[in-house]
Design a binder for this molecule. Sequence first.
Ligand code: G4P
Length: 189
Amino acid sequence: MDLLKQRILKEGKIMGNDILQVDSFLNHQIDVDLFNKIGREFYRYFGGEKISKILTIEASGIGIACITAQYFNVPVVFAKKVDTKSLNRNAYESEVYSLTKGKGYKIRVTKDYISPGEKILIIDDFLANGNSVMGLIDIIKAAGAELAGVGIVIEKGFQRGGKMLRGMGIKLYSLVTIDSMESGKISFA
Ligand code: G4P
């Protein structure tokens, strides 16, 4: 998506070596018009599949998932990040380790909201090492549902998540892929 590339080049800030801050339109302030175009593009790509639900993870995935879901006319479920003391037993859960944040946490989806046989599309803002997506896939499998595909707004191609998911045969569609952010310069794939 050229529009998204232009926004990243204009407004993105590189933090450290490998974090792209896009708070002005994606992770803090939300550009709803851009999100609509993102949702429409995910629908163009995945709309041929009989998707019954969109699954994401709090917090930043929720906005994109909701706007995308309007095109599919399906509900959104978001996995909650919980600390180990407050786990609900009637829930599917998975352990996620975030390399970016340097810590692990559990994610949880109440069993009522994913049923066996459902066809689920995962939507998220960033794909880095793929651990959050893997956690969501664990939950889909535990529920006996089917993964239709994974839609990502920004893939960091220099981290291992994209390669890993494609290697598993997963239908992964990233709207933009960043190949490198070295020396303060963003290069797209
Ligand atoms: P992974 O899930 O792909 O393995 O990524 P990782 O653990 O490294 O990242 C964890 C969180 O950090 C995710 O947010 C992910 O979206 C976010 N993240 C990773 N790389 C970047 C980046 O370059 N820029 C920005 N802005 N975010 C990045 P999350 O756990 O879903 O938390 P939240 O921020 O949505 O609350």
